[in-house]
Design a protein around this ligand. Sequence first.
Ligand SMILES: [Zn+2]
Length: 324
Amino acid sequence: MKRLWWSSIVMIAVMLVSQSWGFYGHRRINRMAVFTLPPEMVGFYKKNIEFVTAHAVDPDKRRYASKNEAPRHYIDIDHYAKAGGNPFDIMPRYWFDAVEKFTEDTLQAYGIVPWHVARMTNWLTKAFESRDVNRILSTSADIGHYIADAHVPLHTTENYNGQLTDQKGIHGLWESRIPELTADEYDYLVGRAEYIDKPIHAIWDVVEESHSYLDSVFFIEKDLTQKIPSDQKYAFETRGKSTVRQYSQQFALAYTNRMGDMVEGRMRKAIVMIGCIWYTAWVNAGQPDLDNIGEVNEEQLAKEQKEAEDAYQKKQIKGRNHDQ
Ligand SMILES: [Zn+2]
C-alpha cells in the first residue's frame, strides 16, 4: 500500500513537470506577444486574445495523441558534439542539409524545434494568404508554443532533466516552478515586433543563446544543493487533491536569485520573437486586411481538437516524454 502511494505521488509529479514552460507560462507568453504587434494586426489578435492564450498549450496536449509531436519541442544539440567541437558549427541550419548529414531518423530522435518553427512560419504565411481565420489563429497559437520552448536552455540538451548529472527535476524547476512563483513581477514591456528576413537563422540564434545558459543552469543548482540542507531542498505541496514532491519554495527562490534575470529574460525574448514571427508571416502573405477577415469558427475547431483533448485526458504520451 505504501509503495502504491509513493508511485502515485511520483506519477503526479511527473505529469506536473511534463509541460514545457508550464501551462501558466505558455499562456502568458502567447498573450503578451499580442501587444508587440503593429496597428494593422493588433486589433485582430486582441479580439482573439483568449483564443491564442488558451491554445498556447495545445502542442503539449498533442504529445499524447501523436508520436510525431514530441521532437518538435526541443533539440538535443549537444548530442552532435560528443566527439568535441561546437555543435552549432557541426549541425547545418537548413533541414535538407541536416537530413543529408545525419538522416531524418536521427534528427527526429534528438529533436527538430528550429526547423519546425521555420516550417510553421510558412504555414502561417499560407493561412494569412488564404484568409483562413481558424488556421491563422491555431497556427499562431502553436508556433508561439514552439518558439517559447526554444527559449528554454533545458530544451537544447540531452541532459534535459538533469538525469545525467543527478539533478533530476531541474526541468520543471526552471520552466514551471520559477515562473509560477515569480512571473507576476516580470516586466512585460518587451518592445515591438520586427520583420525577420530569415526566420530559420533567427530561431537557430535563439537555440544557440538558450544553450549558452546551460552551464549556469546546472552549476548553480549543484552549488545550492551543497549549501541548502537536503531536508529543505524539497517540499511536499498540495495541488488540488494531490500531494506532490517538488523543489521547495526556498530552494526555487534562491536558485532564481542566483541566476539573475535569466528566466524573466528568456520569457521576454520569447514574447518578442513570437510577435516577430507572426508579423513576418503576415508581411510575407502580402499584409492582408485583418480587420474584416471574419470570425473564428469555434465549432469546427473544437471538432478538430477533440481528438487531441481525449488523448490528453488518457495521459499516455506517444514517443519520448522529453521533460520528465
Ligand atoms: Zn512544449
